[in-house]
Ligand binder design. Sequence first.
Ligand SMILES: [Zn+2]
Length: 162
Amino acid sequence: MTGATFCSNESAEGGAGVLRQLIDDPKALGALARAALELCHFHPETGEDRRKAPGAREECEAACYACLMSYGNQPDHLQLDRQSVRPLLQRLAGGTVAASPVALPRAEHLAQIRRQCGSDLERSWLDWMDQRDLRLPSRAQFFVEACRTRPDFIYDEHHAAI
Ligand SMILES: [Zn+2]
């Protein structure tokens, strides 16, 4: 394995804790894809087909119990093909995740809050955050009635203002 470690607070496989981790860590999805490539007998970096599990005597054509087969998916064994997932996993392995704090795609959200900025300094700070794939604020120049102030930026989910 490539050393990818995914922790979950949930007892069920693929719980919300794992999904949160995939969103919060920009490199987690790539690491997961590399681990899946290796599990399917491909080199995690080059995609080269190693054709069998480490220590296995027989080659794996489409699937074996070291990669995709399990006793739980026996009805689907004829449909399993590790070759079919390689291109997708290779693309994911080289990617990063850039989450948007709102329902808009990140680029649209960035453009929207850039337009709301009150100064070039604020726009520079936003660009700096974006270039490093850091979490973008939820809003810009939003008036907080209870405090009678208008912070430059607000992170809704963390109840934080800048
Ligand atoms: Zn196999």
